[in-house]
Design a protein around this ligand. Structure first.
Ligand SMILES: C[S@@+](CC[C@H](N)C(=O)[O-])C[C@H]1O[C@@H](n2cnc3c(N)ncnc32)[C@H](O)[C@@H]1O
Length: 312
């Protein structure tokens, strides 16, 4: 079997790659934000809660969340990839809520642009995981405005933030000129248009925060980095292969430098001499009407800080 690859030119992802990353994603997520979302839903929904997962892939986010939420749930899964929706349906049809109640599931083949028009109405909670590096600032602005219009909360997890570190067995971060070149080149590659305008790439987490703060949302953010060692070798191998492809696409004139970097870092990871940390952020945003401090948490942000987050 060929190595599943995380990078595609047209924002289509294989089920093999999404399946490979799922355990690392579930380990990395911030459990407290899920708990807070569960609490908010339990206070708000007097019957079945409506939840929408944007860019659902084969349903990883749903498999994490549904059994951790107590309310009865109706989920709408949205993706532009029909084959991933088929995988999601077949792998999520027996899910139950934290209270043991079977969840209801609907899927919709749609683009993210279309989803803004016809998938959000009536939702209590909009979710997405590993999605926002692909989208544009304009799409996030429109999403935040639609969420405000419908008064729904959002839980967006595993947005890459550009923090990549190689660490030795003593926990020391190693970073040389080639690493810095690689990280900058990857960040540039991530900002290519993936079909929803110029992609935000690693700027997405901070842009998301600002967009929802501007609409008066209460925010809570948490890190959700992958920490990968030799025991997660298939994931490291696929990730590094995907990075190599992206680097060669972005900087073909630097092929020798890229190949040397790739071989050096991969062999150290393979030998267990290095760990790889890949940063992500999770965000929970509750609409202005919520009173999060009263019930379960007092650490929500509620105002817009000066920001240079919008890309030039
Ligand atoms: C990195 S995958 C994440 C999938 C899933 N959320 C997970 O955590 O495993 C990004 C997903 O977004 C979907 N996607 C990307 N661009 C899209 C677009 N313009 N419209 C709809 N879905 C899109 C892809 O098909 C893919 O399923």
């Amino acid at each position: 079997m060929s190595t599943p690859t995380p990078f595609t030119a047209d924002a289509h992802f294989s089920d093999a790659w999404l399946t490979l990353r799922e355990p690392a994603d579930h380990r990395a997520r911030d459990a407290q934000l899920t708990h807070a979302a569960d609490h908010w839903l339990a206070q708000r929904a007097n019957s079945t809660a409506t939840l929408v997962d944007l860019g659902c892939g084969s349903g990883s986010n749903l498999r994490y969340l549904a059994p951790r939420l107590r309310t009865p749930q109706h989920w709408l899964l949205v993706d532009h990839d029909a084959s991933l929706l088929e995988h999601a349906r077949s792998r999520c049809d027996e899910l139950v809520s934290a209270a043991g109640e079977p969840i209801q599931l609907t899927t919709q083949e749609a683009t993210l642009a279309q989803a803004l028009d016809d998938a959000l109405d009536g939702a209590d909670l909009i979710t997405a995981s590993a999605l926002f590096d692909l989208v544009s600032a304009e799409w996030i602005d429109a999403l935040a405005a639609r969420c405000r219009e419908f008064g729904c909360a959002v839980l967006f997890t595993l947005s890459v933030d550009g923090e990549i570190h190689f660490q030795d067995s003593a926990g020391m971060t190693l970073e040389d000129n080639d690493d810095r070149f690689v990280f900058d080149t990857l960040a540039a590659h991530q900002q290519r248009d993936k079909g929803v305008g110029e992609a935000l790439g690693t700027l997405a987490p901070s842009y998301l925060k600002q967009a929802f703060l501007r609409h008066g949302y209460h925010l809570r953010e948490a890190p959700s980095a992958w920490r990968l060692g030799r025991e997660t070798w298939p994931l490291i191998d696929a990730l590094m292969a995907g990075w190599r492809t992206a680097l060669l696409e972005q900087a073909p004139a630097q092929a020798t430098r890229i190949e040397n970097w790739y071989r050096t870092r991969l062999s150290a990871l393979d030998a267990g001499r290095l760990m790889l940390t890949l940063g992500h952020r999770d965000l929970l945003a509750l609409p202005p009407e919520s009173t999060p401090g009263m019930s379960f948490d007092t650490s929500f942000e509620t105002s817009v800080a000066p920001s240079q987050d919008r890309p030039a």
